[in-house]
Design a protein around this ligand. Sequence first.
Ligand SMILES: [Zn+2]
Length: 232
Amino acid sequence: MQAPTLKTKAIVTRAVPYNESDIIITLVGVEFGKLTATVRGCLKPKAKLRFAAEPLNFGDYVLSGRNGRYVVTECSQITSFFGVTADLDKYYASFMILDALEKFSSEPQPALFVSALKKLGELEEPETDTDRLVMDFLSDILKISGSGLDFAHCGICGCEAESEMYLNEGSGVVCKHCKGFFDSPIDSLTLSCLRGEKASHGVMAKANIMLADFVYKTSGIRIAPRYFTEQL
Ligand SMILES: [Zn+2]
């Protein structure tokens, strides 16, 4: 009996060499979430599907197999997001995005998938502010997972946020009257850059660590920890 085939638009989030010339890839697709598949013989010279086993490759994949054991039989490339390799900061940021997309995609995550692809496309533009893009992506993750943060209002009483605000696990950004005993203050520089003001790389990096920590506290998913600490 022939193995069934599965056609899907997907992006490679990870690639690990296997055996002599195979690569096992992790694919995230809009319909199925995350799965792994083997690209056979792609480390041989002149291998036709080498590109299909590269992280960041986005394409129409045809897979054959069942029960979690798939082989890539065809791939038609939509984009390789090659432009992100022109700048090391953007290249690292693109792998943080892949890591987040993969870790959240045990179930299909159409909204996150769209956000990740849009951000990868923006990273190819030389004028894109990488720190701001990372901040927007983390905000998207929080919004999509139901923990979106509003930096202009207290999440409990709804008052207009002042300069002294705190981060609360259950209610997001809260004012000094509503803060709980364990809520940590958000300093005014961090707050203003989270509200969209221009800030130095150091301030943006700290704000992004705070957002990534909040993602972890609310979802249990730790995104690319080394990426964020190496930004400091
Ligand atoms: Zn309040």
